[in-house]
Design a protein around this ligand. Sequence first.
Ligand SMILES: [Zn+2]
Length: 490
Amino acid sequence: MRVFCASVATETNTFSPLRTDFNDFLQSFYAPPGQHPDTPTLCSAVFPALRRRQAAGEIELIEGTATWAEPGGLVNGRTWERLRDEVLEQLRAALPVDAVVLGLHGAMIADGCVDCEGTLIEAVRALAGPQAKIGVSFDPHSHLSAKRVENADIITVFKEFPHTDFVEAGEACVDLTLRAARGEIAPVISVFDVRMMDVLPTSRDPMRGFVDRMLALERSGTALSVSAIHGFMAGDSPDLGAKIIVISDGDTAGGAALARDLGMELFSFRGRTRNELLGAREALSRAAAAARGPVVIADVWDNPGGGVPGDSTIMLREALDLGLSDIAFGSMWDPMAVRLCHAAGEGARLHLRIGGKTSDQGGEPVDLDVTVLRVQKNAVQSFGASVVPMGDCAVVRSDGGMEIVLNSNRSQSFSPDLFTNLGVDAPARQVLVVKSTNHFHGAFAPMAAEVLYAAVEGPYPSDPARNAYTRLTRALWPMVEAPHGELPDV
Ligand SMILES: [Zn+2]
């Protein structure tokens, strides 16, 4: 059995001051055919899964390109066309194939193409032919279009947020696609439009129980696969919002009924799933006064993982105003400051301008007298089994005692090793401030005395009811109170 695979992924915040081009893909992750590392990345876990099948003699694998750009702004139109054509040419050269497996994110929007993944899957279908089985994996923070569903046989989505199960989702996509290609199953995809845009962390109820139920439905054989698309509120897509995907073995009516039941249950969670959000000053004051540290504060909306720059200084300024000293920030995107620190060298003292450079919404730059504690080329942090590049980094200490990790590859905060790899004794600090909405939680929670969430206004469009969407034609909560029609009294 001949199987082609490729991975093209990013998450586009169409409201971001940033823009994304080919350099952003090169800088984050770009592996030409055959050069994918042994370890998976968030959206390319299908590669190692397929290599294991090849090693077992099950398939003949033809690898295409795998690439990922850190979430950012609108993708340059020529960059998108280049990546699309690169993968399609590789597939054309690999024909005939029995199956195609694509590791996608699902929220990529380019200048001139609102549904990049739908366009890609449709083109793959046209090349591979109606008999080939096409499996795709998505991040739940994506836009599920009809074009994607019509042209795919298998769709799997990470169930967990934080996405601790991306390896399992890649494995499931491979497994189901190969079983379909062998004729062992006849997958039918049923989708229910939940008509809701909310933030749905799965570490706690009600989402924890919902994910456990999806897993139980798969284990019991009720469905081949059950997934929830959460939606990505920072993308101006006509397909914005939550959707349920059920893949049944030939049971169109049963799959649709299950998708509807799960979808209306998910809809009933609206407005109840977000973590408690504090203001910047309140979060910092509570953390500083806590009996023991480290208290981890997530600056939830200045999260590069959501496509914003990650150089907001609002929390930093607030900490300075409060006179906090036993505190470390990780990380602030500031390639210019990193360059200056590398030029100055470890141990040097300088007057450094930090952050606040990419928009007028993330606070003014902060000017501090600092000592350069550490400079590091090509620093990394971990995210589960994957290694995340942070680019050249520097650690500075202000005269007031604050430590700040500066990075040159935009990256959200995934793991305490972003501090410890650079010599910052994170477990010993009273307060750690990270830029992440939820992904930090998996690795930081075990070492944290407490986790707090701070909501700081910035360039991220954090309130769907107020966001200036231009492409929506469907009614969605919270813009519309009852998008499914009149709801029964509760
Ligand atoms: Zn996501």
